[in-house]
Design a protein around this ligand. Structure first.
Ligand SMILES: Nc1ncnc2c1ncn2[C@@H]1O[C@H](COP(=O)(O)OP(=O)(O)OP(=O)(O)O)[C@@H](O)[C@H]1O
Length: 312
């Protein structure tokens, strides 16, 4: 399977998951190439975890087709299990087992032979700075340490494809940065990664992202391409009465969103308005504003325009 000579690791068409009448995932099409970090970005409840669970073969789709690493899912889910790693939101570790015991247990589940098991456990302990913690109970570790152990267990069997469900929500910014460096090392070594996140800065690190809302894909592509194709110009306003300005602007023609960031109001103006700064200066609401200036779009602007955020 190739597209533009790059191998495809995930292909999903018309993927639907219904819980009774509720469509948690609602007609998702995905094409994910090998050797990249692909992000699912979306608000709570947008279907990210449900989509990942279907791609890993843990949940049976209600409709649609899925192929992962060339295997038809869910039919070949058992074979797929040995080729993928999955790090869940809750880092499914055993709190009353030590680091070493957790790794040993998972290595057995993955069916690694005795020699390979020893070798890989030593490698991942070294790689993820777990050697000094090997006798620590997982339940007694910090968020960052648990995250490193969860990643170590997910890659023990050297999976071709790694799924990470909000891997950094429980850790501090430094651990997050470090974790992302580890992910890029894995990609360099040939692993493809699919990651869900709420964080814009994390989404910006992905090679490509899909923005999900209400189980549907609202946009996808490289973060830079999405920012370039925003369909809006971004203008920031500084004034004393930003809350009033925001209320006044929201809902008026040409304004796609307005959100306060500290002492500034960030306004998305439809890009068919030729001079967005002049357009805003002409509005009576902005009388008395000290600054009205155009700024560069970021991924949050893409998120806001792609989803319903910021329109309320
Ligand atoms: N087993 C289930 N039974 C019924 N509803 C479910 C089930 N699993 C998920 N849902 C619902 O499906 C929707 C999507 O949930 P999902 O966990 O996939 O979202 P998410 O984008 O991963 O959210 P979060 O960012 O909060 O983890 C939610 O409304 C959730 O309540």
């Amino acid at each position: 399977m190739t597209a533009n000579n790059r191998e495809i690791v995930v292909r999903a068409e018309g993927l639907v998951k219904k819980f009774n009448d509720f469509r948690a995932v609602d007609g998702l099409d995905l094409t994910i190439e090998r050797g990249m970090i692909y992000g699912f970005l979306g608000p709570n409840g947008s279907g990210k975890t449900t989509a990942i669970r279907m791609l890993t073969g843990l949940l049976t789709p209600s409709e649609g087709t899925v192929e992962v690493l060339g295997l038809a899912i869910p039919k070949d889910a058992e074979t797929l299990k040995y080729k993928i790693g999955y790090m869940t939101q809750t880092f499914s570790l055993y709190g009353d087992l030590t680091v070493l015991e957790n790794l040993d247990f998972m290595a057995t589940i993955y069916g690694l032979g005795r020699k390979k098991r020893k070798q890989r456990i030593a490698e991942v302990m070294e790689r993820y700075q777990l050697s000094d913690l090997k006798n620590r109970f997982a339940g007694k570790m910090s968020g960052g340490q648990r995250q490193r152990l969860a990643l170590a267990t997910a890659v023990l069997h050297e999976p071709q494809l790694l799924f990470l469900d909000e891997p950094t929500s429980a850790v501090d910014p430094e651990s997050r940065r470090h974790f992302w460096e580890e992910l890029f090392d894995l990609v360099e070594g040939g692993t493809s990664i699919i990651v869900t996140t709420h964080f814009m800065d994390e989404a910006e690190r992905c090679h490509k992202i899909a923005i999900l809302e209400a189980g549907q894909k609202r946009a996808d592509g490289a973060p830079k391409e999405l920012m370039a194709a925003l369909g809006a110009n971004v203008v920031e306003i500084e004034a004393r009465n930003l809350r009033d300005i925001r209320r006044g602007l929201l809902g008026s023609d040409g304004i796609m969103a307005a959100a306060q960031l500290g002492a500034r109001l960030r306004v998305l103006v439809r890009d068919d308005i030729a001079d967005p700064e002049a357009f805003l200066k002409d509005k009576p609401e902005t009388d008395g504003a000290s600054v009205i200036e155009r700024v560069r779009p970021n991924l949050e602007d893409v998120f806001v325009t792609a989803t319903g955020e910021g329109r309320q």
